[in-house]
Design a protein around this ligand. Structure first.
Ligand code: COA
Length: 466
């Protein structure tokens, strides 16, 4: 615990054990991913049966490689892993990623214990076994066997499932959420969630940390690392019920434990428990680009009364308040809205709302000291042109950065079909947090409020000068 992972994420020399010329083998993909990475390091294939792989000289074992090794990636069947690991310890390799499966996840606990015994007392540290490795979008290195690289961004992801971790990359790309790095922790026999949280807490490329976990081995360290982290930590914990717990045991050998205890541990440490991966990305997108809310009072603007009520319900269900308008804001709204409408919060701009109503009513709410964050919503009601709404929210966030000027989060919510979808993709591409349902928008705002509360708790007041 508490390892400095700098050379793990930025190795100068790497060996791939189980490297293969056969393109269907995981050892081939592991080697090739590093080879095609936009990253400079010395790379060595290791396979006792080959002299050359992908044009590189191949070594019979790690011990035959000249010079030191920062990282070794092992991709040979489980029974061969202990012998390779012993060589790594002998060579004083700093970091080993064990991709191979066949350990505690299938009941082979003795075999997994043997790996721990081999590294005990040594300077060699292990990620895995049963892991996909990692992808570091900040530096460009791909130390995994899976295809695809995430967009560069500031969400650091830690996943106990390799396949799901890969799925998360594509989901993130689709949602225009950039990643700093993604790490598969597998069976976590050595490098654990808390090591990675601590590293990412100090990583300048990471602003938000997200975890998919099935079980925690060291509860205290896990909680301590989240508590000490000065960045938002979002956690998806799988295996809530009996059947889910059974599934996690056979997937990564994890004991799921009591779901209530996990929830309490995550929230007590200052993390946010997410219901699923989509919610994690929803929250991450808002947290990555918007200022935290200083309180829980939310202003809602919409061109559809029904959507306004759904947003209000969703906000209240998440402990947020939708207060009546102050006198000053009420009077401003009266000038903006058609005379037939009595201003309220949620503010109903009615079906023919165009750019001006969205823009000026949002400004009025941002200027209101009784409002801590706003949700600007639109229904594709068939009359107003969607571009007027998306243009207003793009101008607010991407161009004028009103969220920073007023230090209040601005989230979008839309309900519409294909015609709207393309415009929404454009908004996501420039970093606008926009959601296709009232519940998702309210949950993202909840995260902004929780982050504001966390910062107030953890930021010590400055001492007054004497
Ligand atoms: N050192 C180096 N290479 C060795 C070796 C040794 N001591 N002993 C054998 N090899 C070579 C093999 O000859 C083979 O190379 P070749 O294709 O040139 O013959 C290569 O290592 C791989 O061995 P092989 O027996 O072909 O295994 P494999 O590639 O079919 O499977 C794993 C290996 C690790 C991929 C497989 O056991 C496994 O665990 N799969 C699941 C991985 C997974 O899903 N992990 C979790 C991800 S989230």
């Amino acid at each position: 615990m508490g390892h400095d992972l700098t050379t793990f994420f930025q190795p100068r020399s790497i060996a791939v054990v189980g490297a293969s010329e056969n393109p269907t083998k995981i050892g081939h993909a592991s080697l090739k991913n590093i080879l095609i990475s936009d990253y400079h390091c010395t790379l060595y294939p290791v396979n006792p049966h080959e002299d050359e792989i992908l044009g590189m000289r191949c070594y019979k074992s790690v011990l035959a490689i000249p010079g030191s090794l920062d990282l070794v990636i092992i991709s040979v069947p489980a029974p061969i892993v202990p012998a390779v690991l012993k060589d790594c310890v002998k060579k004083k390799v700093a970091w080993v990623i064990i991709i191979s499966s066949g350990f505690s996840e299938i009941g082979n606990h003795k075999e997994e214990e043997e790996l721990k015994e081999i590294i005990a007392g040594s300077t060699t540290r292990i990620l895995g076994p049963n892991t996909m490795g990692y992808k570091n979008a900040s530096t460009g290195i791909d130390a995994s066997f899976a295809f695809g690289m995430p967009r560069k961004g500031n969400l650091g992801l830690i996943s106990q499932s390799g396949a799901l971790g890969m799925g998360m990359i594509y989901l993130a790309n689709n949602e225009y959420v950039g990643l700093s790095k993604i790490v598969g922790v597998g069976n976590k026999i050595d490098i654990d969630d808390d090591d990675l949280i601590t590293y990412m807490a100090n990583d300048p490329e990471t602003a938000v940390i997200g975890l998919y976990i099935e079980g925690i081995r060291h509860g205290r360290e896990f909680m301590r690392s989240i508590k000490a982290c000065n960045k938002p930590v979002l956690v998806v914990k799988a295996g809530r019920g009996k059947a889910g717990a059974r599934a996690t045991a056979s997937h990564t050998g994890s004991l799921a434990g009591s779901d209530e205890i996990y929830s309490a541990a995550i929230t007590q440490s200052g993390g946010i428990r997410c219901r699923d991966l989509v919610e994690l990305f929803d929250m991450a997108r808002a947290l990555a680009g918007q200022p935290p809310a200083q309180g829980n009072r939310i202003g809602i603007i919409t061109n559809g009364g029904g959507l306004g009520i759904l947003l209000t319900d969703a906000c209240e269900a998440n402990g947020l308040v939708v207060p009546p308008l102050s006198k000053v804001t009420f009077e401003k709204m009266q000038k903006i809205l058609p005379s037939l409408i009595r201003p309220n919060n949620p503010v109903d701009l009615v079906a023919d709302a165009g750019f001006y109503r969205y823009w000026s009513s949002s400004l009025a709410l941002l200027q209101d000291p009784n409002i801590d964050g706003i949700i600007v919503a639109s229904v594709h009601a068939g009359y107003a042109r969607p571009r007027e709404y998306t243009g207003a929210i793009q101008k607010m966030i991407a161009q004028q950065k009103l969220h920073h000027e007023y230090k209040k989060p601005i989230l979008g919510c839309w309900v519409g079909g294909r015609e709207f979808e393309d415009l929404v993709q454009d908004l996501k591409a420039v970093g606008v947090p926009i959601y296709p349902s009232s519940w998702r928008a309210a949950r993202a705002m909840y995260a902004m409020v929780k982050e504001g509360e966390r910062l107030k708790r953890t930021t010590k007041p400055r001492k007054k000068p004497r």
